[in-house]
Design a binder for this molecule. Structure first.
Ligand code: NAD
Length: 261
């Protein structure tokens, strides 16, 4: 019943059942069905390389190097100008990229797709993928199998981006940009200024929700300053209209959905 619905914040409750079967199934769906140009990828090998990163190991001390073989095995290029990062706006970013299929969030790439919403870990006493309990990520257990995976694949995703890159942020939160987020701590710092010339931020607001932050707020000023210091241009747009249209599907009567803004 838990399949695909646990997030790492809930991971003290348990790992995802049947992680290996889900990862293999998702890999086959992605490479055979959704992206047949990747049909030569060996999903069994991808699964084995994925699980080798953490099985039989201390679930609190996984390293980036543990996942390096997986990163080296799965090479997929996202076209220039088509990378979409997100922070605190996962659902909308995925709804948008699900329609605007040219755009890729990390979870629209094979590595992000196979692991999204799953929780997994190993155990030094067995060579199994644990299916009952994975430790919480906290100060005593900072390098879990799941969290190190996301750090490594987010870093790789940002390193390979080129042209103009986009980020969807949530202006209904007090701070649309947070330096503590994976976007703010990993992705921004791994963009290559020689390949990425512009970061374009879309600050989205929940329809009918509070507008706590915007392109004019101090968190976006901080993002602009970090990005400009890295010699990357920065643009910001509040409520990017194509993404607004997606929000409007569920709120067609809202004034912001019927009036040209
Ligand atoms: P965020 O704060 O909205 O977090 C996104 C989701 O990922 C949340 O469910 C959060 O619980 C989880 N998450 C974040 N960092 C994590 C980590 N180190 N380990 C495990 N889970 C983590 O936004 P964010 O922190 O900026 O992360 C989103 C950005 O980073 C995206 O651009 C994406 O490319 C990448 N990312 C994706 C995931 C994912 O679960 N699909 C997780 C981490 C990072």
């Amino acid at each position: 019943i838990w399949v695909g619905v646990l997030t790492w914040r809930q991971s003290s409750m348990g790992a995802t059942d049947h992680v290996s079967a889900i990862v293999l199934g998702r890999c086959l769906t992605y490479t055979r069905n959704m992206h047949p140009e990747l049909r030569n990828q060996d999903c069994k090998k991808i699964l084995n390389t994925f699980t080798s990163a953490f099985v039989s190991k201390d679930p609190c001390n996984i390293t980036k190097e543990d996942y390096q073989p997986l990163i080296d095995l799965v090479t997929q290029t996202v076209p220039c100008n088509k990378t979409l990062f997100w922070s605190r706006s996962k659902e909308l970013a995925h709804q948008y990229s699900g329609i605007q299929k040219e755009m890729f969030t990390l979870e629209d790439t094979l590595l992000g797709y196979i692991a999204d919403n799953l929780v997994w870990c190993g155990d030094p006493r067995t060579s199994e993928v644990k299916e009952e309990f994975c430790p919480y990520r906290n100060e005593n257990c900072s390098s879990t199998a799941t969290s190190v995976f996301w750090t490594v694949v987010s870093q790789k995703f940002a390193e390979s981006a080129c042209g103009t890159v986009y980020v969807m942020l949530n202006g209904s939160r007090t701070t649309a940009f947070s330096k503590a987020s994976t976007f703010g701590s990993v992705e921004v710092f791994n963009l290559h200024p020689d390949r990425v010339h512009t970061l374009h931020a879309w600050v989205m607001h929940d329809i009918g929700g509070v507008e706590r932050d915007s392109c004019l707020g101090s968190s976006i000023k901080e993002l602009k300053s970090i990005v400009n210091q890295r010699n990357i241009s920065f643009f910001c747009q509040d409520d990017y209209r194509p993404a607004r249209f997606v929000q409007c599907v569920r709120h067609p009567e809202h004034p912001s959905c019927s009036v040209l803004m």
